[in-house]
Write a protein that binds this ligand. Structure first.
Ligand code: DLL
Length: 434
């Protein structure tokens, strides 16, 4: 058993927490300076010595590290310990050609699993629960992270991995799964099949822990309704360990960042300036306990804001608001910044589900953007509006949200490919011409 159950740390008064962070930061900066040549040189270049970092108030003096740095240092350039001390790697999918390999010592794995255990407990998990993990296993951190966390809490753990929806539902029914862990898009997909097959009464789920991709409040309500559960958000990234960097409590009002391990900052992505609490900007993390892959001031590219407002759950750890997308997810279409999450919000508000795809292309010198979205079975049954009427309403909703004309095609149910892991929402064909 790990030492995840530490209410005294999760509810520690903020001054005490910050003192702990300062002590850990000072130690970590020295460790990194002495053991990672890359940081040593980067800090020297900036004229910062480990003794200049006396506490969290000096964090801003350290240089940033970016995904490009990770790629340049691939595979071993950022190791803080000899390779013989490492026991595991995990990796990002590398869909944009930027594969990142993260390393873990056994102690790093223990911390990561403790973080996931805290998230499961915050969602009401106890050793009486049956945790159904259908995040992917393997290099992706989702499956191994939640699996490890579930073991620590002592839950019966079903290492289902992704895909094979029939089998997922069979196990869910036969073994009485109570907590579902997967991407929100797969949860929606499962919910759809459960409704179709009339299985809702046979399913015992009470909670879901969903993350790895952005999802809207509207999508949360849909999932909660179709599965009859409370849906909790969980956030993390491979570079910083995996899922569990932050998680929602019963308030479902932002995710508590596990500040005894990770110090967050929000910066202006263009200037690097640190922004005050409450302002939206790029999330940056400094790991203060990790040893094999010890990142300081890592720029995540995720956009969100932080709040230290008191939470009724009693946890004092700062909360991050749902990332609205990544700064590099943003598309510039017809000269306007467009985030897929904005389009999703419009569709869900009009009663559609998150079964949609955005296709961006270029015709001559002009961008084109088309949103394809499926009719829901309820819409087909109600038959109260024509497809043309629905398309018109979406075009108007998107125009008022984005300020540009978007082509819309409403298609039949089940015609858009379902995702089993992270959903592919955007097909940007313009890249083909570059
Ligand atoms: O997605 C880790 C994870 C697994 C998190 C399972 C939660 C649950 P990566 O594949 O490295 O790691 O992708 C990290 O996914 O920088 C965000 O852009 C996005 N992301 C992760 N969680 C959320 C979330 C995992 N709850 C990248 N909301 C991050 C929005 C999320 N975006």
């Amino acid at each position: 058993m790990g030492n995840y159950y530490q209410p005294e740390i999760e509810t520690m008064p903020v001054e005490q927490l910050q003192k702990l962070q300062s002590e850990r930061l000072v130690e970590q900066v020295k460790f990194v300076y002495d053991n990672v040549k890359f940081y040593h040189e980067k800090m020297d270049e900036k004229g910062v010595k480990p003794e200049d970092i006396k506490g969290i108030e000096d964090l801003h003096k350290l240089p940033f590290i970016t995904k490009d740095d990770l790629r340049d240092q691939y595979p071993y350039g950022l190791l803080g310990v000899p390779l013989s001390e490492c026991v595991r790697i995990q990796s990002t999918s590398g869909t944009t050609g930027r594969r990142v390999v993260a390393f873990y010592t056994q102690a790093d794995l223990d911390v990561w699993e403790d973080c996931c255990a805290r998230a499961i407990m915050a969602a009401g998990g106890t050793k009486e629960d049956v945790v159904h993990v259908c995040y992917g296993y393997g290099l992706f951190t989702g499956g191994p992270g939640l699996n490890g966390g579930s073991h620590r809490v002592g839950c019966l753990t079903l290492p289902m991995s992704s895909g094979n929806t029939e089998r997922q539902l069979q196990f869910m029914e036969d073994l009485g799964s109570t907590i579902l862990c997967c991407t929100p898009s797969y949860a929606a997909n499962l919910g759809e099949t459960i409704t179709e097959k009339g299985l809702k009464d046979k399913i015992k789920l009470k909670a879901g822990i969903f993350g790895a991709e952005p999802w809207t409040e509207e999508m949360r309500h849909n999932i909660e309704e179709t599965l009859g559960i409370k849906a909790y958000d969980i956030y993390g990234l491979t570079e910083i360990s995996g899922p569990g960097v932050s998680f929602e409590c019963e308030e479902q009002a932002g995710m508590h960042i596990q500040e005894d391990h990770f110090i967050p900052e929000i910066i202006n992505p263009d200037t690097g300036e640190v922004l005050p609490e409450g302002e939206v900007g790029e999330l940056v993390f400094t790991c203060i306990t990790k040893k094999a892959f010890p990142l300081l001031r890592y720029r995540t590219r995720d956009l969100c804001y932080l709040t230290r407002k008191k939470c009724s759950c009693g946890r004092t750890h700062i909360r991050m608001h749902k990332p609205t997308g990544r700064s590099d997810d943003m598309m510039v279409v017809k000269g306007v910044n467009v985030w897929p999450s904005q389009i999703e919000a419009v569709l869900l508000k009009q009663g559609f589900q998150a079964n949609y795809q955005i296709v961006v292309d270029r015709l001559g010198n002009n961008d084109t953007i088309e949103v394809q979205v499926e009719l829901t079975p309820e819409m087909v049954a109600a038959n109260d509006k024509t497809v043309a009427q629905r398309e018109k309403e979406i075009v108007a909703g998107l125009k008022s949200m984005l300020g540009i004309k978007v082509d819309v095609k409403v298609v039949d149910p089940k015609t858009i490919v379902r995702s089993e892991g992270k959903a592919v929402r955007v097909v940007d064909k313009r890249n083909l011409y570059q």
